[in-house]
Design a binder for this molecule. Structure first.
Ligand code: ASP
Length: 377
């Protein structure tokens, strides 16, 4: 079935072609060029951008959400990765999303440390940063690592020095009033003076965080919280980007799945892309995004490949502290899976949502959940 974009474009180019004889010289070439424009080429994949649900929630004072902005640029034949990064920049810069970029929830010492990675399918290049302080848009620094170095991952001070040398503005503090207030509240609840043994301290920290989620102080999606955004254009070029402030109140230096290629994101131009949000430690154990792309390579549909990765996470979750009363994982993990043909799925451990933008416009769709109910039940 041809997509509405295909039909619209066909009508447009068909009409234009009919009028060519009456038009000035050179117009015919322009009409042909338009007909061959990647955004409207016949037979290619249906262009689509998908993202975690915050990809269609925040606008940073503008008019477009991440997926709408990325789709808009992508169909104008902008490089797919450039389009996706421009999209996630909206969320990174929006102080209201406290899971990504500026105003992301800080680590246990109150410092915002950001992680990101990106992959360019056609160019087979990738870059990432972890524990980056002071730069609001870690996804752009990840792209600079990809573009300007032979390496895939820069961390901590090295990542910041690199960013400064590449001309990024480095700020002393990326907290907003909101993120600082929540951190202070968490500190107060955990009572840092006792410095309990590591297990008890981790438990106390986790309990205090969950309590704050239950009380509605922190959006349940933002205790863990990230944006992953993947897209394919009509030429079949697939790219992806993931960017996060990571786990709220993490031990300084903690890196989750988001900037790790194969975990927070994986792209293979011939197959598709997968990325994640949720408990990074669970994803890292099985490099789920790589797994999902490999399963698709072997013929699985995006949804089935994503569900299989969730089942593997469940199988690897055996510690009591990570299980709920039903004996199931007491945390959320979601994957955003995009085939190179444009087929996509959002899958999650428990009910959630994801963002999509295609020729029908930007919208939120439910994910396919592995288990009913909620993580904490
Ligand atoms: N996956 C991220 C991490 O573990 C956080 C999240 O997506 O919620 O750092």
């Amino acid at each position: 079935m041809s997509s509405p974009i295909g039909r619209r474009s066909f009508l447009k180019t068909g009409l234009a072609a009919g009028a060519v004889a009456a038009l000035p010289a050179g117009t015919e070439r322009a009409v042909q060029a338009a007909a061959q424009a990647p955004a409207i080429r016949k037979g290619g994949p249906r262009p689509v951008v998908i993202a975690s649900a915050n990809g269609h929630r925040f606008k940073n004072g503008g008019t477009l959400t991440c997926v709408a902005q990325a789709f808009d640029l992508m169909v104008k034949d902008t490089d797919v990765l450039h389009a996706l990064i421009t999209g996630v920049n909206i969320v990174e810069l929006d102080p209201e999303d406290d899971s990504v970029g500026y105003g992301g929830l800080p680590n246990a010492e109150g410092v915002v440390q950001l992680d990101s990675c990106c992959m360019h399918g056609p160019r087979k290049r990738a870059g990432g940063v972890a524990c980056l302080e002071g730069v609001r848009t870690p996804s752009k620094v990840a792209r600079a690592v990809m573009q300007h170095t032979d390496h895939h991952l820069l961390v901590g001070q090295g990542a910041q020095d690199f960013a400064r040398r590449m001309g990024f503005t480095v700020e002393v503090d990326l907290n907003t009033e909101h993120s600082r207030k929540l951190w202070l509240e968490w500190k107060r609840r955990v009572d840092p003076e006792h410095w309990l043994d590591p297990d008890k301290r981790a438990d106390a920290g986790f309990r205090a965080g969950m309590e704050m989620v239950r009380e509605g102080l922190i959006d349940s999606e933002h205790y863990y919280g990230t944006i992953n955004c993947n897209g394919v254009n009509a030429k079949g070029e697939v790219c992806g980007v993931t960017t996060t402030s990571g786990l709220a109140w993490k031990i300084p230096g903690r890196v989750g799945d988001s900037p790790i290629l194969g975990a927070g994101l994986y792209v293979d131009n011939a197959v598709g892309a997968a990325g994640s949000t949720g408990r990074g430690e669970a994803n890292l154990y099985g490099l789920s995004s790589f797994l999902i792309v490999e399963l698709m390579r072997r013929g699985m549909k995006p949804k089935d490949a994503g569900m299989e990765a969730l089942r593997r996470i469940q199988a690897a979750t055996v510690e009591k502290r990570l299980l709920n009363a039903r004996g199931l994982p007491n945390f959320g993990v979601s994957f955003y899976v995009l085939g190179a043909d444009g087929e996509h799925a959002g899958v999650s451990m428990y009910a959630s949502t994801y963002a999509v933008c295609d020729e029908q416009g930007p919208r939120i769709l439910p994910t396919e959940a592995l288990f009913p109910g909620k993580a904490g039940e």
